[in-house]
Write a protein that binds this ligand. Structure first.
Ligand SMILES: CC(C)(C)c1cccc(C(=O)NCC2(NC(=O)c3cccc4nocc34)CCCC2)c1
Length: 246
């Protein structure tokens, strides 16, 4: 899997994506992450990449020419047209389903906006997908691009060790995590739930699933309503919620 990131701030990526799981995957060449500095394609002697918006109003807009030339510097070498994703507030909001869809691509070009946004003709000319990481105001598309790279890379075979990929499956089922505990057994007068100390794996799994169902129901009703529960799960949840009332 190859990511080419078109950005005004390439150095941001090395700091964040050079570490841990993603850093190891890059070293093992399982994924490649290449950044292209849009400013290198400015035709202006002051390396200007933004200009005043037509129609007036505050803020600046990223010009089309440097972005499209940065894109061409990659695309012209390829025999295929790589999928171009513009990280944008107008995009469809990223979720695990979209992450899975993106992870099937061999090569993604990620475009990061800045200032008030980019000239609309860039979107018409080269963008295939607009994706947002959520509804809040950000400074640029760089952090969203890193979020996308992190989430997609975790699905690429070989990126996660067997240990790490365990967590991937449990998360992916669309349920929230059950409560996690590790040593010591007692911390600030709080003990670990007895069932986890019993060594009774069937009861432990039952308790964990019950906790996940209860948490998802209580904390994320939007996520819960997308679940299709079987009879056993429904009973587990009922029992857990009854305990809550007592
Ligand atoms: C309604 C609401 C979503 C709050 C809204 C309305 C209007 C503008 C903005 C806003 O944040 N504009 C600034 C920029 N934002 C993003 O790039 C960006 C923001 C959020 C999620 C993202 N996922 O990818 C890229 C994202 C666009 C150009 C430079 C940064 C946000």
């Amino acid at each position: 899997m190859k990511f080419d990131v078109l950005t005004l701030f390439p150095e941001l990526f090395d700091a964040v994506l050079g570490e841990s799981i993603i850093g190891r995957a890059r070293q093992n060449n399982i994924i490649q992450i290449n950044t292209v500095n849009i400013r290198d394609f400015s035709l202006n002697k002051h390396r200007k990449v933004d200009d005043y918006p037509y129609g007036g109003g505050g803020g600046m807009v990223m010009m089309a020419q440097p972005i499209c030339d940065a894109y061409l510097s990659i695309a012209e070498k390829l025999s295929y047209k790589p999928r171009v994703v513009y990280l944008s507030p107008q995009g469809r909001v990223l979720n695990q389903e979209i992450v899975k869809e993106l992870s099937t691509e061999e090569h993604l070009i990620l475009l990061c906006g800045h200032y008030e946004g980019i000239d609309e003709r860039v979107i018409e000319e080269i963008v295939d997908d607009e994706i947002s990481i959520g509804d809040y105001v950000l400074t640029g598309g760089e952090l969203p691009a890193m979020v996308l790279i992190d989430s997609v890379s975790r699905l690429i075979p070989g990126v996660l060790s067997s240990e790490e990929s365990y967590s991937q499956e449990s998360h992916y089922e669309g349920l929230l995590e059950y409560p996690q505990y590790t040593r010591p057994y007692e911390f600030s007068e709080r003990k670990v739930p007895g069932v986890l100390m019993s060594g009774h794996h069937e009861n432990i799994n039952r308790w964990r699933r019950q906790q996940s169902l209860k948490r998802t129901y209580l904390k994320r009703p939007d996520m819960f309503e997308r679940l299709s529960l079987n009879e056993a799960d429904r009973k587990l949840l009922e029992e857990a919620l009854k305990e809550n009332e007592e």
